[in-house]
Write a protein of this length. Structure first.
Lengths: 95, 491
């Protein structure tokens, strides 16, 4: 399954990466090199095999719904590139 | 007095503090003097933490003065990979996107180390977001191997490994998603363990691949590895994958020997074409020494592990692409100048902030998870994971521990593999199956090839760390090999 340059552009949009033409071209080559290796498993017949998501079995972990200490607003905002009135400041949505 | 940290262990530090040969403050000073002297060449550290170290050392010295019982890692100069949060330090993940990120809470494993008396000397260089096997993918420049400054220390926890090897810290913590503790351990002649998935809380370590990540220690000796494991293995409600088990003393059976221990040499992995024959030779010599000590040695094959690398290069990037979606230029991290709207802000902040390997893995992972490809890639890779787990289950029916080299080669030259991602990925061929199966493994130095250290990997079934450490201790004792880099021997 070779990946085309159009697909690379589409994936870059999905990943929210604003890449230039040079990056798109070189990533196309690099991703295909890696996918050639990966195709070794695509060819295996594993229809009867159950997938493994986590290797150590876990049951659901829940806790009681109660208020506990957590990050203060000040700490949560400490690394914000821009903030205003105790909130993260963002530019407008859409053009 | 001048203290040479490279000659000190957790035990000798404790004895020295109790007999007042030196203070914790003097030990911390010795660590910073050593860092000052060699880190310009080695670059194990992104930043030092002198204030935190001073406060931690003062607490220990006060305890000594008051005659209080010292905690297990009292006064031990310790370094942490720069993907672990510690209030009072930046956590950069060696990425430009987190260049100014101030930790706002403590990573649980780091907190456990500090509560046990460890003195934090600094944050260690790494491949950006732990993507790599050489620590060359750092936005702040590569780390150099203390055994040969022209060579890589391995990665992604290369800074943590180099700091211990170069005598800049006595212990360090790293994280291991596909070999990122064990492979640098092998390449720098340090003892390096990846515990069972869930043994150590990942709360506060920046996530790479959540179904694979695990924190573990670097040390000069197996005993210190066990002592560190005693501190960091604990259930944590802040990590839903953290396993609740009774506390275990990993040092208790360290010297019980290997008589009757069933040791399986993984023949098909040992025979891989890319494995340096001299590395193979060192590993087999160590196996012979275990046999001489009474271990029952046999051979086993793990045929599905040949698919480990391709499965990992889907699962790792897929989970990473999801985890790294949080770096959006809004709540923290780099933000592009003068965005026209939110989409423009995302697109430019991320492209400007992430380095080439991070972009490569985000792209690969996003592609593998995208509509129409999910089943063929991620779904298929998760099925391969099942096959690999079955291989291990079969092998562990016959053997207590399995042996391979940790890395197919000794440390390679800086730049040698940088331009070829696929060849770089091959350096993790022996370590990746362990993460996919969630089992524990330890790399222990077993000799040298052409003056560079070789690591032997011991793998065991889930929660068998005590057995692995006992076998590693036997390898260490039998090899008689004390890994001392030339730059340390010259002290």
């Amino acid at each position: 399954m070779a990946i085309t340059e159009d697909q690379v552009r589409h994936v870059a949009m999905l990943a929210r990466l604003g890449l230039d033409d040079e990056q798109i071209a070189s990533l196309g080559v690099e991703l295909n090199d890696i996918l050639v290796q990966v195709d070794r498993i695509s060819a295996l017949d594993l229809a009867d095999i159950e997938p493994t998501a986590h290797a150590v079995a876990q049951v659901n972990v829940t806790r009681t719904d109660e208020v506990r200490p957590c990050l203060s607003r000040e700490d949560a905002l400490r690394n914000a590139p821009q903030q205003q009135d105790g909130a993260f400041l963002i530019p407008k949505f859409g053009a | 007095m001048t203290i040479d940290l490279s000659s000190h262990s957790v035990r000798s530090i404790r004895e020295g503090l109790l007999s007042k040969d030196f203070s914790a403050a003097e030990l911390a000073d010795a660590a910073f003097a050593r860092i000052e002297a060699v880190d310009g060449d080695v670059h194990a550290f992104n930043a030092t933490s002198k204030e935190l170290a001073g406060a931690a050392a003062a607490r220990i010295d006060a305890m000594v003065a008051a005659g209080e019982t010292l905690p297990p890692l009292a006064g031990v100069p310790t370094a942490f990979k720069d993907n672990m949060n510690l209030v009072g330090t930046k956590t950069t993940c060696s990425s430009k996107i987190l260049e100014n990120y101030e930790s706002v809470y403590d990573c649980t494993a780091v907190r456990l180390m500090l509560d046990a008396g460890a003195v934090p000397v600094g944050k260690c260089n790494m491949d950006e977001f732990a993507f790599g096997s050489s620590t060359e993918n750092s936005a702040y420049g590569p780390t150099h191997n203390p055994w040969d400054l022209e060579r890589v220390p391995g990665g992604s926890s290369g800074g943590s490994a180099a700091a211990v090897a170069a005598g800049e810290a006595v212990l360090s913590l790293g994280s291991d998603t596909g070999g990122s503790i064990r492979q640098p351990g092998a390449l720098t002649g340090t003892v390096a363990m990846k515990p069972t998935y869930g043994r150590v809380s990942r709360y506060g370590v920046v996530a790479f691949a959540s179904s694979l990540d695990q924190i573990g220690p670097f040390s000069k000796t197996v005993e210190e590895c066990a002592e560190t494991m005693n501190v960091i293995c604990a259930h944590d409600v802040m990590d839903a994958t953290s396993v609740s088990r009774p506390a275990e003393d990993f040092t208790a059976k360290l010297r019980d020997g290997v008589k009757g221990l069933r040791v399986g040499v993984v023949r098909d992995l040992l025979d891989l074409e890319g494995c340096d024959p001299k590395v193979r030779e060192r590993v087999l010599e160590s196996v012979e020494s275990l046999e001489a000590l009474g271990a029952e040695v046999g051979e086993v094959n793990l045929p599905s592990t040949q698919y480990g690398l391709p499965a990992y290069y889907i699962i790792g990037p897929a989970e990473a692409s999801s985890n790294l979606a949080r770096f959006d230029g809004i709540r923290y991290g780099h933000r592009a100048q003068d965005p026209t709207d939110v989409l423009d802000l995302y697109m430019r902040s991320r492209a400007e902030g992430f380095g080439p390997e991070s972009i490569r893995r985000i792209m690969l992972g996003t592609y593998a998870l995208s509509a129409g490809y999910y089943d063929a890639y991620y779904g298929q890779a998760q099925k391969v994971r099942t096959l690999i787990i079955r291989d291990f289950e079969r092998a562990f029916a016959d053997f207590d521990v399995l042996v391979t080299p940790t890395s197919p080669t000794t440390a390679f030259k800086i730049g040698e593999k940088a331009a070829d991602p696929v060849s770089m990925y091959l350096s993790d061929v022996y370590t990746i199956p362990v993460n996919l199966a969630g089992i524990p493994a330890v790399s222990v130095p077993c000799g040298t090839v052409d003056g560079l250290p070789v690591g032997l990997q011991l793998m065991g079934t889930h929660f068998s760390e005590s057995t692995l450490l006992r076998a590693a201790h036997a390898v260490e004792a039998a090899s008689g090999f004390v890994p001392v880099p030339p730059m340390v021997a010259a002290l």
